[in-house]
Ligand binder design. Structure first.
Ligand SMILES: NC(=O)c1ccc[n+]([C@@H]2O[C@H](COP(=O)([O-])OP(=O)(O)OC[C@H]3O[C@@H](n4cnc5c(N)ncnc54)[C@H](OP(=O)(O)O)[C@@H]3O)[C@@H](O)[C@H]2O)c1
Length: 303
């Protein structure tokens, strides 16, 4: 595994970590898959209070050393007191004393960012979190968050980024590179669309994969993580996928191959963020009712 610096923190994180959204259907096998990923150096694990996978992650990392845990507070919890209690609940579910990276899941324009950041800095000063990150933030929103921070900086912005979803290249990625902020690429495999069997995996990626004797998913991860300030967090419940993802940084694309993928575009994959960003202008009450509805459905269906 290759490691890179998280923001300007001096802390090293692997260029490929593990996402955990939608885990939970096969709990024991998934815990084993996460542990295999840890053994292979993918010690960055991403979760969120909204995913309902923090307890699964907590079980998977219990007793493990050197794990870097990233989780997120939901936008309906961006009031000062709510941030504090959401963090306490996450710490409990994860079974740890401190969260390595605590991220604001999406912007919520209904709550002043200064109030939310104040709570994040309080958590940091109290040792409950180690680093502050954001997710789905535009450049303007990152600047507002950074201006509100008194004693710390934002170390990362987690955004959707894959060979097929590239809008962050216009402003977010260059801004992060210039300002020493790590881009954490979510849905780096276009939510499973990047595979040999998928009809939308382009011949370009398949050809490069076949030349390297690897899979299209590995090519995608290798391309992302060759960009310098980008780390990827693929989700994999299948242990074979976990092993492939962990080996991806070793593939070493040539500059010509990277440029070929740079030239790809495929609008058939709708970015998650383009749908979610519609939510970001909504009010806190909208967020609360959305979260309540999700929770009711989760309980009803036992998931
Ligand atoms: N901040 C946000 O708003 C946000 C939004 C979305 C996602 N995320 C984070 O990003 C993580 C990853 O994104 P995602 O889950 O949306 O999608 P993804 O990682 O792009 O794709 C996951 C899919 O790819 C498959 N896969 C994994 N490794 C593979 C490989 N080597 N070859 C072929 N297929 C492979 C997985 O199958 P198996 O599971 O069967 O192995 C799964 O179906 C999430 O889990 C979450 O932590 C954050």
């Amino acid at each position: 595994m290759r490691f890179t610096q998280l923001g300007k923190s001096g802390e090293q994180i692997p260029v490929v970590g593990m996402g955990t959204w939608k885990l939970g259907a096969r709990r024991e096998a998934e815990i084993e898959a996460i542990r295999e990923g840890l053994r292979l150096g993918m010690n960055l694990i991403d979760t969120a209070e909204m995913y309902h996978t923090e307890d699964l992650v907590g079980a998977a990392v219990s007793g493990a050393k050197g794990v870097f845990l990233a989780t997120k507070v939901s936008p309906n919890h961006f009031r000062y007191d709510d941030v504090i209690s959401a963090c306490d609940a996450s710490l409990k579910r994860l079974g740890v004393k401190s969260i390595d990276l605590y991220q604001l899941h999406w912007p919520n324009s209904d709550i002043p960012i200064s109030e939310t950041i104040k709570a994040m800095e309080k958590l940091k000063n109290d040792g409950k979190i180690r680093h502050i990150g954001v997710s789905n933030f535009s450049v303007e929103e990152m600047e507002e968050a950074r201006a509100a921070a008194k004693s710390s900086d934002i170390v990362s912005n987690q955004v959707e980024y894959s060979p097929y979803v590239r809008y962050v290249e216009e402003t977010v990625v260059p801004y992060c590179r210039k300002n020493g902020i790590t881009v954490i690429a979510y849905s780096p495999l276009a939510r499973g669309a990047l595979s040999n069997t998928s009809s939308i995996t382009t011949t370009t990626i398949k050809r490069i994969a076949s030349r390297h004797g690897c899979t299209p998913a590995q090519v995608a991860l290798s391309w992302l993580t060759s960009k310098g300030n980008v780390v990827a967090i693929p989700k994999a419940a299948d242990i074979t996928h976990v092993r492939e993802n962990a080996a991806s940084p070793e593939i070493g694309l040539s500059p010509k191959e990277a440029a070929e993928i740079d030239g790809l575009q495929d609008d058939s994959v709708t970015p998650v963020a383009s749908r979610l960003n519609k939510f970001t202008k909504k009010t806190a009450s909208f967020w609360s009712s959305l979260m309540d509805k999700r929770e009711r459905l989760r309980v009803k269906h036992g998931i």
